[in-house]
Design a protein around this ligand. Structure first.
Ligand SMILES: NC(=O)c1ccc[n+]([C@@H]2O[C@H](COP(=O)([O-])OP(=O)(O)OC[C@H]3O[C@@H](n4cnc5c(N)ncnc54)[C@H](O)[C@@H]3O)[C@@H](O)[C@H]2O)c1
Length: 321
């Protein structure tokens, strides 16, 4: 099995490639190494893959999904039979100022990849979707069959659109599709624009942390190893057709509790500025993992206390604090 992982230099893509090559799967990673956040962090992740003792199972090419021609040639040359599509313009707040980036990468890039899948008779297509598509659903935990027609930001809209496009391609061209809705993923080598990373940075440098909705927010933070376990389980699963699964922790916590845990791990006090409710922020995310448990045997194991300890230990070491 030759697996194409898009976004291989990204947070989740990197951890996925690492796990796959350790399992002796042939992985072809691509990424355009854009500068949405530190390119050094992306290159350092790739260095680990390139220097791994399993490196013979890994090949990387800097490639932009928007380049349809090169993408197609590359996938044919490399005889890809499975696609795990992790690349995207991520981030909720950035999508308010830069919606075009999301349209071009998350819709344009996805479409080019769907065409590769169609033309090359791909055996499976796994798509990184997001909890953000649940929008302002009040009922929790969120189940896969809940209404997802009203995301609160354009980022979420591109993820919802991605699921719909893939559903149609599955119907028309028959390649099996699995959409995985990730819930706020965190851990070592994480994304600098996300709360846990940026709060840690600000606490250590004694800068203010800005919190919306006066801190009354609840998030289902999910540790990276659990997400990778869920992706691998969905890869191994032989289900046909079109499937959607939540991959969350199913244990949401209050944002203020998260800050307390960070203060404890970093042995420093946070300086918090409370801001009003912002209509693009979900008040709560809460995954129901029942479907993923039943059909994939997905069971997240890492509690937030343990996961945050691992994250802060990595952060302090990486930035030599
Ligand atoms: N991290 C989370 O909490 C979370 C939650 C829900 C969904 N997701 C989704 O999971 C996926 C991975 O997220 P992540 O946190 O690892 O993000 P990330 O930004 O770290 O990784 C995405 C990678 O894709 C690459 N990329 C972007 N556009 C590209 C293009 N046109 N061509 C080639 N490469 C391109 C980027 O350079 C980056 O390295 C994304 O699709 C994201 O939307 C993430």
């Amino acid at each position: 099995m030759r697996i194409l992982v898009t976004g291989a230099a990204g947070f989740i893509g990197f951890h996925l490639c690492k796990k796959l090559i350790e399992r002796k799967n042939y992985v072809i990673g691509i990424d355009n190494l854009n500068n949405y956040y530190s390119v050094k962090l992306k290159k350092d992740r790739l260095k680990i893959l390139k220097e791994s003792k399993f490196k013979k199972y890994f090949k990387f090419k800097k490639l932009d999904l928007k380049n349809k021609k090169n993408l197609n040639i590359f996938c044919v040359e490399n005889k890809i039979d499975v696609i795990i599509h992790m690349a995207a313009q991520a981030g909720i707040r950035y999508s308010l100022q830069n919606p075009r980036n999301y349209l071009d990468n998350n819709i344009g890039g996805l479409f080019n990849l769907m065409e590769v899948a169609r033309k090359n008779k791909i055996k499976k297509f796994i798509f990184a979707s997001s909890s953000s598509i649940y929008g302002s659903n009040k009922k929790a935990p969120f189940k896969e069959n809940f209404d997802t027609s009203s995301p609160l930001q354009f980022y979420g809209a591109t993820k919802k659109a991605g699921e719909v496009f893939l559903k149609t391609y599955n119907y028309l061209y028959d390649f099996p599709v699995t959409c995985l809705r990730f819930f706020t993923v965190y851990g070592p080598w994480g994304r600098p624009d996300m709360a846990i990373f940026s709060f840690t940075k600000n606490i250590l440098s004694k800068k203010n942390i800005k919190i919306f909705n006066k801190g009354k927010m609840i998030r289902d933070f999910t540790y990276i190893d659990d997400i990778i376990d869920g992706i691998i389980k969905s890869l191994k699963n032989r289900n046909k057709g079109f499937n959607i699964y939540n991959l969350g922790n199913q244990s949401p916590i209050k944002l203020m509790f998260l800050i307390k845990l960070l203060e404890f791990n970093l042995k420093k006090k946070a300086k918090i500025i409370f801001l009003d409710y912002k209509k693009t922020e979900m008040i709560k995310t809460h995954s129901s993992n029942a479907k993923a448990y039943k059909e994939l045997n997905y069971k997240p194991k890492i509690k937030i206390e343990k996961g945050l300890k691992k994250f802060t230990q990595w952060y302090l070491k990486y930035y030599e604090k």
